[in-house]
Design a protein around this ligand. Structure first.
Ligand code: FE2
Length: 254
């Protein structure tokens, strides 16, 4: 029985034996042909990256609109938070990828409230202990939804931990200090501030100075001191423009 000559020379030659690529032209391609093939492959990759980015943006916008449908205040509130979060994240030196995750987390941090019954979500009075324990599930619900979206893994963790407290008394995991993702620490501060200064049907928003005082008071307890210190000047400087962009009057709040 005959054996092929290349097999007889050893494994190295078998592994490295040139195998023609199906459909590839035989013989040497010219430099111009190779350059052209590389150029069209690079163009295709760029188009795919743009398509992925557009799909990601559409998905985030769709989720944000879903929040608007559930609770009219929430979508506008999330847009305000995203503006502030990006500013504070930039001041804290977060890289481009982390800022992109932070933007998603700020916009969609309360996406899990879609799983909370309306009777609890829209209750105008104080929640009972039982109702509050149901409400506290929303970070986990949000994480459970967002972690399924490719590329949103880090943003979903920021969502999961946006109600942790710096001293470990928050939920759902009781993380403390820098165990809490920085994006979650940023969302936590600006979410609390926004809730304090925003008017509700049953109460007036708090003046900036009072909300700022409360944030400073909670430094190192509920909030990361570094985030609070970076955020307050941003809030003071940007409050008018951010509220105006969101279609909300700020005159009564300052
Ligand atoms: Fe929340």
């Amino acid at each position: 029985m005959s054996t092929s000559p290349s097999v007889q020379t050893g494994a190295f030659e078998i592994l490295c034996r040139a195998v023609p690529v199906p459909g590839a032209p035989q013989g040497l391609a010219s430099a111009a042909t190779i350059a052209s093939q590389w150029s069209s492959a690079a163009l295709r990759i760029k188009q795919m990256e743009e398509q992925t980015l557009a799909l990601r943006t559409s998905l985030i916008c769709a989720f944000n609109q879903l929040l608007d449908l559930k609770d009219l205040n929430t979508g506008v509130h999330s847009t305000r938070l995203a503006e502030w979060a990006l500013h504070v994240g930039g001041e804290l030196g977060l890289d481009e990828g982390s800022l992109a995750d932070l933007e998603v987390a700020a916009l969609l941090h309360d996406i899990g409230k879609i799983g909370i019954p309306d009777v609890i979500l829209n209750k105008p009075a104080k929640l009972t202990d039982e109702e509050y324990s149901v409400m506290k599930k929303h970070p986990e619900y949000g994480w459970a939804v967002m972690r399924n979206v490719p590329g949103m893994e880090r943003a979903s963790l920021m969502i999961l931990h946006h109600h942790e407290a710096y001293d470990g008394r928050g939920y759902p995991a009781g993380l403390r200090g820098e165990e809490i993702p920085i994006g979650s620490r940023i969302v936590s501060v600006i979410d609390a501030f926004d809730a304090m200064v925003s008017s509700r049907p049953y109460r007036e928003g708090m003046p900036y100075a009072e909300a700022g005082r409360r944030l400073l008071e909670a430094k190192g307890k509920q909030f990361d001191a570094g985030v609070v210190e970076r955020f307050l000047p941003v809030a003071r400087a940007e409050m008018s423009s951010v509220f105006a962009a969101a279609g909300t009057s700020v005159s009564a709040l300052l």
